[in-house]
Ligand binder design. Structure first.
Ligand SMILES: [Zn+2]
Length: 136
């Protein structure tokens, strides 16, 4: 069922659930949480689908000349829950408050957020190693 042959290598775990669209009955709550949050990559609100505080969002910036009438850069937005693997992906105007500090290889971006979640995890693991060794 899940034939992600274009994903390349990475840290995908074989027992991970496939991504699913946000169930339609949860869409209003899902949208409300993300619209209300300016926390960046990690949201503190619990996922409306599974109840776990495991929500994330990430914007990719489009071309510099792609701006909307308000001057906001256009790009792609991913919203996902790392616990139940619900996700949504939109074209969106990148908001003023967004400060991207997570690098994702643009060639690996797909409709689902696998590459972004992997980059997030790898950075988290790096931070944990750094914190464990104050000499670094
Ligand atoms: Zn969830």
């Amino acid at each position: 069922m899940n034939t992600e042959t274009s994903e390349g290598q990475g840290v995908a775990e074989p027992d991970e659930k496939p991504w699913q669209d946000v169930p339609v009955e949860y869409e209003p709550a899902w949208r409300a949480i993300f619209l209300a949050s300016r926390e960046g990559l990690n949201l503190s609100a619990p996922c409306p689908v599974c109840g776990v505080a495991a929500l994330h969002q990430w914007y990719s910036l489009g071309q510099p000349e792609d701006v909307n009438l308000s001057g906001n850069r256009l790009g792609g937005l991913w919203e996902w829950c790392r616990a139940c693997r619900s996700y949504a992906h939109y074209s969106a105007a990148v908001p003023e408050w967004w400060a991207n500090d997570l690098q994702v290889n643009p060639s690996r971006l797909a409709h689902h957020p696998t590459a972004i979640e992997q980059a997030r995890r790898e950075r988290e693991a790096t931070r944990e190693r750094t914190n464990a060794d104050p000499a670094v």
